[in-house]
Ligand binder design. Structure first.
Ligand code: 4AD
Ligand code: MG
Length: 437
């Protein structure tokens, strides 16, 4: 009897009769010999289909099989040092489960050219089978696990936050509006405000889920739906927030480097600078970041403005590790950030900018904890007070200085895997003017 196995288990079954189930990734027709590379999700293996070893109709089926057909192949497994992966299957039977239509849309082009990015995105449901895409998404899955592992073992409790919300949290210009029956509602831009409530019960929490921003700009760093992990800590000020961020980010990077070395090598990612990502990270005050910009290509950059992607790149180019910029001007940041008592024109915010031009990966801050300061901020931002009564309550019942941050999963993945565009960092990206498939 033939044993069903997954390709990654091959080492344990050398010399045995096994059955593989998967998709035809590649084939070469050499007459009486057919070479079929089968992919089953755990790996890929070359199967040698020799005419004299199979019933005739099965050999014919193998000879005429189309790319990406679903098939099962049984036969004897042998070690083959010259084969990619180190093993080969000598087929004794071949069965078609689901024959693929011909031609496969993503088959290599006859002229050797590459498919365009629009074409690939329109076929994302099939493009995902490409080994590069698989490697990226495996790295993503490991990054998610590293994020959870670090937080779970450092006293943070996972407390989920809602996606449908009655009010804005990160500015009103990029809200996705919807209806909650007859009332206006919005898709969450962040879970932070709710996490500020749950720290009152748990001390340290995190939420981790999809986040929505209607960013009407077609950049390589913006998705309309992205995943953000947001830790929040009671009794914590800005300096400690930055210490937590650098430990957390370093753990995530080092874990992925260790556990996904094969995939990173397949992506030809030069990881030498990532190996360096260990605490402490450099910290610069916004005032000094402005001076740095003025001295490095932006002589007219005015104090008080937010950084765009080119400015972030100019700043990060000065450092080998991720760099914190802290104490941003109040005017460019969200309403809830705590002003610096010594410099009330700035807030106790910290953004972490990745090296190698990957931009802002973390945004964090100390939150306003004084009731009246927060009331004034809500009024100054012309936000409807009634929608924030519950949030103000948190400053009435056991208020304390607290801080937290949000890390964009796809931004970190872009940096780790060396991706030029965010579209490859999500299984089904929602981009400006694109949400198919
Ligand atoms: O800086 P942001 O807007 O911060 C917040 O939402 C805070 N509430 C977080 C907190 O303190 N709990 O977003 C945080 C991070 C950014 O640094 C970036 O990595 C990512 O989320 N991000 C995006 N990623 C992809 N596409 C977009 N459109 C993104 N917008 C933000
Ligand atoms: Mg930000």
């Amino acid at each position: 009897m033939s044993t069903p196995i997954k390709i990654h288990q091959a080492a344990d079954h050398v010399g045995q009769d096994v059955t593989l189930a998967g998709w035809v990734q590649k084939r070469a027709d050499k007459g009486k010999l057919q070479f079929i590379t089968l992919r089953d999700g755990s790996g890929a293996m070359q199967c040698v289909v020799f005419k004299k070893n199979l019933p005739e109709e099965q050999f014919d089926a193998a000879r005429h099989i189309t790319l990406e057909s679903a098939v099962t192949i049984s036969g004897s497994l042998r070690a083959e040092p010259r084969a990619p992966g180190g093993y080969e299957l000598d087929a004794a039977s071949f069965a078609v489960v689901g024959r693929a239509a011909d031609p496969y849309p993503l088959a290599p082009k006859r002229d050797g050219g590459e498919h365009g990015s629009d074409f690939l995105l329109n076929h994302r449901h099939l493009w995902l089978r490409d080994p590069r895409q698989t490697a990226i998404l495996r790295i993503r899955a490991t990054l998610v696990k590293a994020i959870r592992d670090w937080l779970d073992s450092n006293d943070f409790t996972l407390v989920d936050t809602p996606i449908i919300t009655p009010s804005a949290a990160e500015g009103t210009s990029n809200l996705f509006a919807t209806k909650y029956f007859d009332e206006p509602a919005y898709l969450a831009q962040t879970g932070q405000l709710y996490s500020e409530a749950t720290i009152g019960a748990f001390g340290r929490v995190y939420c981790f889920g999809p986040t929505f921003r209607a960013e009407k700009s077609d950049t390589r760093r913006h998705a309309m739906e992205f995943w953000m992990v947001e830790p929040e800590m009671a009794f914590t000020e800005l300096a400690e927030n930055m210490e937590i961020i650098e430990q957390f980010v370093s753990y995530c990077i080092q874990t992925v480097l260790r556990e996904r070395a094969v995939e990173l090598a397949a992506l030809e990612r030069d990881t030498s600078r990532l190996q360096n990502v260990l605490p402490p990270f450099p910290r610069i005050h916004y005032d000094d970041a402005v001076k740095l910009l003025q001295a490095n290509g932006y002589p007219d950059f005015p104090w008080g403005e937010d950084f765009g992607a080119p400015h972030e790149d100019a700043i990060s180019a000065q450092f080998d590790k991720p760099v914190f910029v802290h104490h941003y001007p109040r005017g460019v940041k969200a309403f809830y950030m705590q002003p610096d008592p010594e410099r009330p024109d700035t807030v106790l915010a910290c953004d972490l900018i990745a090296p190698e031009g990957y931009g802002e990966i973390v945004g964090g801050s100390q939150r306003m904890h004084d009731y009246q300061t927060l009331v004034d901020a809500i009024d100054a931002h012309k936000l409807p007070r009634a929608a924030y009564e519950w949030y103000l309550d948190l400053r009435q019942y056991g208020t304390q200085p607290h801080s937290g941050f949000g890390m964009g999963l796809e931004r970190v993945l872009m940096w780790l895997a060396g991706l030029p565009h965010i579209r490859e960092a999500l299984p089904f990206p929602r981009l400006y003017r694109r949400f198919y498939p």
